[in-house]
Design a protein around this ligand. Structure first.
Ligand SMILES: N[C@@H](CCC(=O)N[C@@H](CS)C(=O)NCC(=O)O)C(=O)O
Length: 326
C-alpha cells in the first residue's frame, strides 16, 4: 500500500514536507456557498486554523466525489482520511474536537441541532429561490445544474414564484427580528455567539450576498441588521488555501480513525461491515456506498477503499440521511 501512496505522491509532484500535518482541518467548499458560510463562522467562533479547498460550483466535481464516494454538496470537512458530510455533523465534529469556546454556551444542543430543519429549509429555500430567480447573470451551467439539484424549486415557473419567495423569506426574518427584540443579550443564547446564531444567520448572509434587492428586503429588520454586524465581527478563523490534489494526497497517506460501531436497535438489522448505501432524504440524492462502520441515532459512517486514496471513512448525520442495504 505504502508503495502505491509514494507512486501517487510522486505522480502529483508533491514533496512530503508540503503535505503538512495530517490532522489539519480541510474545508472543501466554494466561497459563495451559504452552507459553507456556517462552517466558516464556526472556524471564526472557535478561532481555528483551516485549509480551504475550492470545489467547482457544479458537477462534475471529480476530486470531491473521489473523497466522499459520491456526495457532492458543499461543504465537506476532511481530517486526514475521515470525511465529514453535512453542516450539522461538521459542527458536531468540530465541537467534539475543539470544545472551547463552545458552540452551545447555554447548553441547548438538542434545540440547536433541531433548528437546522428550520433554517436549512423554511428560511434557506425561499432565499435560494430569490438568489436563483432574481439574478440575471447566473451562468447557464449553474441554472442547469441547480434545476436538477434543487427539487424544491420549479425553474420553469420561477418568475411567478418570486412574490411568494419574498413573502416567505420576510416572514422568517420577522420571526428572527421578534426573537432578537425579545432578548437583552448580544446573541440569541447569551453574550457569546452560538450554533443557534449561526443557523439563524446563514440565510441572512445569503440574502445580503446574493439577492439583488437585499437592502429593501432587509429594511424592516433593524435588530437583524445590528446582530448581523456582531456576527460579521468575529471573523472566519485563520484560513490558508490548499489545492485539492494536495488534500487527496493527505487522505492517501492518512489512516481513518476508528469509529464507534453499529448500535443494536430493534428497528434495524444492520451489522458492522454490511454493504450499504447512504443518501440524503431531501435533495441531491447522490448515493455513497461502503461498509457500515458507525450507526447510531446521531451518526452514520461508512468505510470505503479507493485505489488512489486507500481506506477512508465517510461520515453523515443520522438526521436526514437514509441507510439501505446496497
Ligand atoms: N444539508 C446540507 C446542505 C448543503 C447544500 O445544499 N449546499 C449547497 C451549497 S450552499 C450545495 O451543495 N449546492 C450545490 C453545489 O454546491 O454543488 C448541509 O447542511 O451541509
Amino acid at each position: 500500500m505504502l508503495f502505491y501512496i509514494h507512486v501517487y505522491l510522486i505522480r502529483l509532484r508533491i514533496p512530503v514536507a508540503r503535505i503538512g500535518t495530517m490532522k489539519q482541518l480541510i474545508l472543501h467548499h466554494h466561497d459563495p456557498s451559504p452552507f459553507a458560510e456556517k462552517i466558516r463562522l464556526v472556524f471564526g467562533l472557535k478561532d481555528l486554523e483551516w485549509s480551504s479547498v475550492q470545489v467547482p460550483m457544479v458537477m462534475p466535481k471529480p476530486d470531491l466525489t473521489a473523497l466522499t464516494g459520491g456526495y457532492r454538496k458543499a461543504p465537506v470537512l476532511q481530517i486526514g482520511a475521515d470525511v465529514f458530510c453535512d453542516t450539522s455533523l461538521i459542527a458536531r465534529e468540530l465541537e467534539a474536537r475543539f470544545p472551547a469556546p463552545s458552540l452551545f454556551p447555554a447548553g441547548q444542543t438538542g434545540l440547536g441541532y433541531a433548528l437546522s430543519r428550520w433554517s436549512d429549509k423554511a428560511f434557506f429555500e425561499p432565499g435560494a429561490g430569490l438568489s436563483m430567480g432574481e439574478n440575471t447573470d447566473i451562468p447557464q451551467a449553474v441554472l442547469d445544474d441547480r434545476s436538477k439539484f434543487f427539487n424544491f424549486m420549479d425553474f420553469r415557473t420561477m418568475e411567478s414564484q418570486m412574490p411568494h419567495c419574498y413573502a416567505q423569506f420576510q416572514a422568517q426574518c420577522q420571526l428572527l427580528e421578534d426573537e432578537l427584540n425579545g432578548i437583552e443579550t448580544a446573541y440569541l443564547t447569551g453574550e457569546t455567539p452560538s450554533w443557534i446564531d449561526i443557523q439563524a444567520y446563514f440565510p441572512v448572509w445569503m440574502a445580503n450576498a446574493n439577492i439583488p434587492r437585499a437592502v429593501e428586503l432587509m429594511a424592516p429588520f433593524p435588530a437583524i441588521k445590528a446582530w448581523s454586524e456582531r456576527m460579521e465581527a468575529f471573523g472566519r478563523g485563520r484560513r490558508a488555501e490548499l489545492e485539492s490534489r494536495h488534500a487527496l494526497a493527505i487522505a492517501a497517506v492518512s489512516e481513518p480513525e476508528t469509529g464507534s460501531g453499529v448500535e443494536e436497535n430493534p428497528f434495524h438489522d444492520f451489522e458492522s461491515g454490511d454493504d450499504v448505501v447512504v443518501v440524503p432524504d431531501d435533495y441531491g440524492f447522490d448515493p455513497v456506498q461502503g461498509r457500515l462502520h458507525t450507526l447510531n441515532a446521531r451518526k452514520i459512517a461508512v468505510e470505503r477503499n479507493d485505489t488512489k486514496l486507500g481506506d477512508t471513512v465517510v461520515h453523515f448525520p443520522r438526521v436526514g440521511y437514509r441507510v439501505d442495504a446496497a
